[in-house]
Design a protein around this ligand. Structure first.
Ligand code: DGJ
Length: 597
């Protein structure tokens, strides 16, 4: 199948009549998800793909001209993939008239730069609101109804209860996916699709339009009740508590089953820190649920709508599809200050029940509680893909090493990407370790550790050993042990002269004290691979035998074509004369230990 220059304002057709056949879904190598232990991996052309990516600003990819200077920077920043928005307004400017020229050009340019793509479908919703549907949708507010918030006011936010909106969105999305399948079904440049963006009701806790009020006063749909009963023991604890508090009812209206919604007397501020919250409210409010029934009701209705869009899209071309959530947070703790009903952890079960076609529920992770959010987003086997976040090196290593992530993606990447950034350095480390990380994700032979300056050393059990990691940051590595100091606290003697601080070739030249982080892998009974850095690492054996653990082989290197390639064989000063293992920042080591007495 050839990539054709396909400017098809001329292709005046509705999705149902597009002459293009959907690409044979059985094609070898088509991107798909596959479980490995507790992790889920993205398989592309038969191999796990770790997406070292970034998300472009909302409108950055809206023309090829605007993208032109950006591609090379993404490559220089060690990205292997980029997230780019495709808007409904741009592909269907007139009802039934599709224009895929931009999509076509983005795929072509990505290939030229050896990058993969994840497209974001900005359809009915983006950050809750509906600014990306075409004008013909926006203008026809009777056919495509808006929600209403307290006081009966409508806002530019399509209601989930508008079947015509859902069907029109699904038709356009199916046409887009058919097109992508047609032009990319063999080369697999497009790996996944984000469907909509941060859906949910803003400015009130739920839709208060007349159809919504009617549905809210009616019974909880049987499909949802059945799902909750079938999964009672594994439901997210937050949801289970709400259901339990109301007596685990198996039928009834929404408020009978899940308790009362937001009272009419309460106004919804735009953010909950206006008027200011107390310190206690600020710290605890965002971890509690407020009027959960409103959020559960909206989650169900968004899930049903998006499920239809995804199902139609997959009928066009079946690659993994995910939705992303704007999270509850300290200054946005009440539903409606964050989009109410989005795919947040407290309502993941509602999304699973209402939208089985969706593959991944993904966090837009700007909170400082990175591990806590990852824990909540990997419950019940949800795959981890982080489409929006910051460029934090320790978070990158943690995501792939500890949480089996499919991908990591700082937002607004075109503004920060550069060859000598910390992000480029850590992406370089991971891309050189892909075969090893991919082989171990989801198993107990891999983990990641992070430590800040001043933190106590951390111990992790890995394979037959316990590794104790002590923060060294970007500091100099000791060239020889100092027995007294070691006994007192394991600190080695500092080098009198500057020791090499990492390989340097991967950039990341910042001088600030950095959080240390590394991925650690037990590849065999006595063999370890580790990437990242800023630690001294001591081994203790967990199995019977000689008590002392020595450094048998220490190599710096990388994987090329799946094979380990040694770049430096280390001894002497670089490993404290055989007694101090230091993993310097942005380094990959292979370490074989042995035991003696
Ligand atoms: C989250 C949204 O999903 C993005 O599209 C963008 O608006 C960012 N917030 C801005 O920080």
């Amino acid at each position: 199948m050839k990539l054709t220059a396909f400017s098809c304002c001329a292709l005046a057709c509705c999705a149902g009549t597009i002459a293009v056949q959907a690409y044979a879904q059985t094609a070898a190598g088509i991107p798909h998800l596959q479980k490995q232990g507790t992790a889920t991996q993205l398989i592309v052309d038969g191999k796990p793909f770790l997406a070292l990516t970034g998300e472009l600003g909302n409108n950055t990819a809206s023309s090829l001209e605007n993208m032109q200077p950006i591609w090379a920077k993404l490559v220089a920043g060690n990205l292997n993939c980029v997230l780019a928005a495709v808007s409904w307004a741009q592909i269907e400017p007139e009802e039934g008239h599709f224009d895929f020229a931009l999509v076509d050009g983005l795929i072509r340019e990505a290939r030229r730069n050896n990058l993969k793509l994840v497209f974001l479908w900005f359809g009915s919703w983006k950050n809750g609101l509906s600014s990306y549907p075409p004008l013909w949708v926006k203008q026809d507010y009777k056919r495509f109804p808006r929600i209403r918030i307290k006081g009966g006011k409508s806002i530019e936010l399509l209601s989930t209860l508008g079947d015509a909106s859902r069907d029109a969105d699904a038709r356009a999305f199916r046409a887009l996916m058919r097109y992508i399948g047609e032009v990319d079904g063999e080369q697999h440049t497009v790996l996944m699709i984000q469907v909509e963006n941060e859906v949910g009701v803003l400015r009130d806790s739920r839709d208060r339009s007349e159809p919504a009020n009617r549905a809210f006063a009616g019974p909880v749909p049987k499909e949802l009740m059945d799902y909750l009963q079938a999964h009672k023991d594994t439901l997210a604890p937050e949801l289970r508590e709400v259901w339990a508090a109301n007596g685990f009812k198996t039928s009834g209206t929404w408020e009978q089953v899940f308790g009362p919604g937001k009272p009419d007397s309460v106004d919804m501020p735009i953010q909950t820190n206006s008027p200011p919250l107390s310190q206690e409210e600020y710290q605890t409010g965002w971890r509690k649920l407020h009027w959960p029934v409103d959020e559960i009701f909206m989650a169900w209705n968004y899930a049903r709508y998006v499920n239809k869009v995804v199902t139609e899209g997959k009928a066009g071309y079946n690659i993994p599809m995910y939705v992303n959530g704007w999270l509850q947070q300290p200054n946005m703790a009440w539903p409606g200050t964050y989009p109410s009903g989005g795919p947040l952890p407290q309502v993941h079960d509602v999304w699973r029940a209402g939208a089985p076609a969706i593959d991944i529920l993904a966090p837009d992770l700007y909170l400082q509680y990175f591990d806590e959010v990852c824990d909540r987003f990997t419950r019940n086997g949800n795959p981890l893909f982080i489409p929006e976040t910051g460029a934090n090196v320790a978070n990158v290593l943690t995501a792939f090493g500890k949480y089996g992530a499919i991908g990591y993606s700082p937002f607004g990447i075109e503004r920060s990407v550069s060859a000598d950034s910390d992000l480029a350095a850590v992406y370089g480390v991971i891309s050189e370790m892909v075969p090893m990380i991919a082989a171990h994700q989801g198993k107990d032979s891999i983990t990641a550790v992070r430590l800040n300056q001043g933190d106590a050393p951390k111990s992790v059990r890995l394979g037959n050993y316990t590794l104790e990691l002590t923060y060294t940051g970007r500091g100099r590595a000791p060239i020889a042990p100092q027995p007294a100091a070691q006994q007192a606290g394991g600190r080695g003697q500092q080098a009198p002269a500057a020791a090499p601080a990492g390989r340097g070739g991967r950039g990341g030249a910042s001088q600030a004290p950095a959080e240390a982080a590394a991925i650690l892998i037990a590849a065999g009974p006595d063999e370890f691979y580790m990437g990242g850095g800023g630690f001294r690492i001591a081994f203790t054996a967990n199995t019977p035998g000689p008590a002392t653990v020595g450094l048998g082989i220490v190599q710096e290197g990388k994987f090329a074509d799946g094979k380990w390639v040694v770049v430096r064989q280390l001894g002497g000063d670089d490993i404290g004369q055989g007694e101090i293992l230091t993993l310097r920042p942005n380094t990959i080591l292979r370490v074989v230990v042995y035991r003696y007495e």
